[in-house]
Design a protein around this ligand. Structure first.
Ligand SMILES: CC(C)(COP(=O)(O)OP(=O)(O)OC[C@H]1O[C@@H](n2cnc3c(N)ncnc32)[C@H](O)[C@@H]1OP(=O)(O)O)[C@@H](O)C(=O)NCCC(=O)NCCS
Length: 135
């Protein structure tokens, strides 16, 4: 059975890092950086099976008009069982009235199924060096 939690108090950040790394979805954050980025999010969702982390999703938001979904991931052995869809649904329930955006390279079909539409424009910039910050 899959359990979905928004509470971050008992998250094993080392386990999250290890599983992301095993699944080739590690973007380089340390366990501490993962913790801070989740804790500083507007809303989060972590999926568990047998107390092991099998999915993540989080959203940055101003609480009024603009939100940005990031870190959407389901551990490979558990894909195509509706886990990411459920995580997105749970996050979106916390974003009424807001414009929600995201970046994706490979998951267009997944997001289209969640009701997102594709836009041509995107601009980006890393300030300084990626992940070189206060932590
Ligand atoms: C994209 C991802 C999060 C989907 O997670 P998931 O838990 O398997 O998604 P769901 O089971 O909720 O999929 C719901 C629907 O989305 C679509 N979908 C999901 N993965 C898909 C894929 N690889 N190709 C095409 N359609 C896909 C399907 O329509 C699916 O419904 P179906 O299984 O009944 O056909 C997962 O494949 C993943 O973690 N990928 C690597 C990380 C990533 O790319 N994240 C997005 C970054 S922005």
């Amino acid at each position: 059975m899959v359990t979905y939690k928004s509470d971050l108090s008992n998250v094993d950040w080392d386990e999250m890092k290890t599983t992301l790394n095993k699944d080739a979805f590690d973007n380089g954050r340390t366990p501490q950086q993962l913790q801070v980025s989740f804790q500083n999010s507007y809303a989060t969702c972590i999926a568990y099976i047998d107390n092991r982390i099998v999915g993540t999703a989080r959203v940055l938001s101003d609480g009024i008009c603009n939100a940005y979904i990031v870190d959407v991931w389901t551990f490979t052995p558990y894909r195509r069982q509706g886990i990411a869809s459920k995580m997105i649904t749970l996050l979106m329930e916390k974003l009424p009235g807001q414009h929600v955006s995201l970046f994706t390279d490979d998951a267009l079909e997944f997001y289209k199924k969640q009701g997102f539409t594709e836009r041509e424009t995107c601009m980006e910039k890393v300030v300084g060096r990626w992940l070189v910050n206060h932590l």
